[in-house]
Design a protein around this ligand. Structure first.
Ligand code: PLP
Length: 397
């Protein structure tokens, strides 16, 4: 019997994550891994103790499927104050197993066959499989790069291309700000343009704001859901993974208007039942950390950003200087490799550093074959070592 014939069509339409594959390759060759977006840091001690306490106090069974009440209260307070989105914990919040599940539950809650979803490209890898699983038709809008000046590139969309992407079939647009892989932070004018189009075409915005606390050079984080006209048509997805260095805890959440929340909660319930209850309790301690926690986080990441940006430009890469998140997208054309995957393997084996081939962030691999992404959530030691290795590139090609 051929088991191939038993597979669902959907399961054959996407592959294993390229990023996890690069991590395996780094392990095999003892390379420094600048590919996977796993923070190098630990959650604050008081948050870890809160998790231990919650287990000892008996929070070991299911919580309410859409989230423990006190955790939802803390999320609603944070959303109202930090994101400027008035949020009712009883009606607008769904706690999910990471923002990954939050995004998928949101799409499952709104997509019907034939619905289109606009995605800016390059995009976070998961959005491709998310559209396949939910049955949405992706419509890609390129974030185009300008000529590099002093080794630094810029990325923005073309307004007419964005308008052309919208149609009567546009159910939603996904906006990721700060963005992975570029580190682009959408400006207020760009968000206003997106808001206007959503209203004109009666579409929903789904925003992925997982890097909302990692923005550099004093730029503010702006949530599209805070625009008055977007109040009833925005689904905001975020989580605790990156801000509190707890990707393994799987705590995410979705904030949406009442009616959409009802549908998202149903999808979430039958996908996962709920996020880990004791960790939700500790999540309250995380969300209650003082402002200084967030200030120190940005200072720490900004140091890494500047260090890696220097190393990469000196090693011959053209770079997009990230305004947020912890990735640097580069152009590798200067090095003369046929494509990004060949470069990725060479870099791991000959230089001892891992990154992500740019093609994994594009709908068609040829769009990303001159691109390569590095991440900079690393200890100072590792970043120094990676820097020493990267500086050898020029002498080895
Ligand atoms: N969204 C973006 C843009 C990401 O880069 C990542 C992780 O790399 C996620 C979501 C996943 O977050 P979570 O751990 O909350 O599922």
């Amino acid at each position: 019997m051929s088991l191939h014939s038993k597979l669902s069509d959907k399961s054959t339409r996407f592959t294993e994550s390229v990023i996890r594959g690069m991590t395996q390759l780094c392990l095999q060759h003892n390379a420094i891994n600048l590919s996977q977006g796993t923070p190098a840091y630990q959650p604050p001690d008081e948050v870890k103790y809160a998790a231990i306490e919650a287990i000892q106090e008996g929070y070991n069974q299911y919580s309410i499927t859409w989230g423990a009440p006190d955790f939802r209260n803390a999320i609603a307070q944070k959303m109202t104050i930090f994101n400027n989105i008035p949020t009712d914990p009883t009606k607008n919040v769904t706690v999910t197993c990471g923002s990954t599940e939050g995004m998928l539950s949101s799409l499952l809650a709104i997509i019907n066959p034939g619905d289109e979803v606009i995605i800016f490209e390059p995009f976070y890898e998961n959005y491709g499989p998310d559209t396949i699983i939910s049955g949405a038709k992706p419509v890609y809008v390129p974030l185009r790069e300008s000529q590099a000046v002093n080794g630094i590139m810029q990325f923005s969309y073309d307004s007419s291309e964005l308008r052309d992407a919208f149609s009567a079939n546009t159910k939603a647009i996904i906006i990721n700000t700060p963005n992975n892989p570029l580190g682009k932070v959408f400006t207020v004018d760009e968000l206003q343009e997106i808001a206007d189009l959503c209203c004109e075409f009666d579409s929903i915005a789904i925003t992925d704001e997982i890097y909302e606390h990692m923005i550099y050079d004093d730029k503010p984080h702006i949530s599209l859901g805070s625009f008055p006209e977007m109040k009833d048509r925005t689904i905001t997805v975020s989580g605790l993974s990156k801000t509190y260095s707890m990707t393994g805890w799987r705590l995410g959440y979705v904030v949406a208007p009442d009616l959409l929340t009802d549908a998202i909660r149903k999808m979430h319930d039958f996908l996962t039942v709920g996020a880990p209850h004791p960790l939700q309790r500790a999540g309250i301690a995380a969300l209650n950390l003082p402002p200084s926690y967030y200030e120190e986080l940005v200072i720490k990441y900004d140091k890494n950003r500047k260090q890696l940006l220097n190393t990469l430009t000196e090693s011959g890469f053209s770079c997009f200087s990230p305004e947020g998140a912890y990735y640097i997208m580069t152009d590798i054309s200067n090095f003369g490799f046929p494509d990004d995957t060949t470069f990725a393997h060479w870099l791991v084996k000959e230089i001892g550093v891992g990154g992500v081939p740019g093609s994994s962030f594009y709908s068609r691999s040829e769009f990303g074959k001159s691109k390569f992404r590095f991440m900079f959530s690393l200890s100072k030691d590792k970043l120094d070592q990676a820097g020493d290795r990267l500086m050898q590139i020029k002498s080895k090609i």
